[in-house]
Design a protein around this ligand. Structure first.
Ligand SMILES: Cc1cc2nc3c(=O)[nH]c(=O)nc-3n(C[C@H](O)[C@H](O)[C@H](O)COP(=O)(O)O)c2cc1C
Length: 145
């Protein structure tokens, strides 16, 4: 069984809900998922021991949250090349964060990314629950390819 780290950065909890739904989808797909707030990731060692990574941040003022920027600098040192990756985040209108995270994982870390970032206005609106679970299932499928 492969193991995925689902790490999120949130201010009001929406991105945490998305993280938990993605983890459900990963588990439905037969793999293991560990959901953590990025505030508990202190060193690159905390990023080791996983086969896949889903990083998520809400968008504020057109950007990912500061803690996610710090995490990405840490992840640069963790040698994630070739690992499976995905990104996600809650947003209000522009939702830049998930795309920026996705591009960093793909272009800098050279990870094997799923089809694209997951951006949701709310996990509880417009099929958001299913979309987040499906994103986790997609990560699971890519782990077994
Ligand atoms: C001060 C402020 C600035 C925001 N800036 C943006 C923004 O630039 N683009 C956007 O899409 N959403 C923006 N939002 C909306 C948040 O991304 C949205 O409320 C999201 O659900 C928050 O997710 P969280 O609960 O994980 O923190 C902003 C919200 C606040 C309160």
């Amino acid at each position: 069984m492969a193991k995925v780290l689902v790490a999120f950065s949130t201010r009001t909890g929406e991105t945490k809900k998305i993280a938990e739904l993605i983890a459900e989808g990963i588990r439905f797909g037969g793999n293991d998922a560990n959901v953590v707030n990025i505030t508990s990731i202190k060193t690159e060692k905390d990023l080791q021991g996983y086969d896949g990574y889903a990083f998520g941040s809400a968008t504020y003022h057109g950007e990912m949250m500061q803690g996610m920027k710090t995490l990405l600098f840490l992840a640069e040192k963790a040698d994630l090349e070739g690992k499976i990756g995905g990104s996600f985040g809650a947003f209000g209108w522009s939702g830049e964060a998930p795309g920026r995270i996705f591009d960093t994982m793909k272009n800098i870390f050279k990870m094997k990314m799923v089809s694209g970032p997951l951006r949701l206005k709310s996990s509880s609106l417009g099929g958001g629950i299913t979309m987040a679970q499906d994103y986790g299932k997609e990560i699971s499928r890519k782990l077994s390819q």
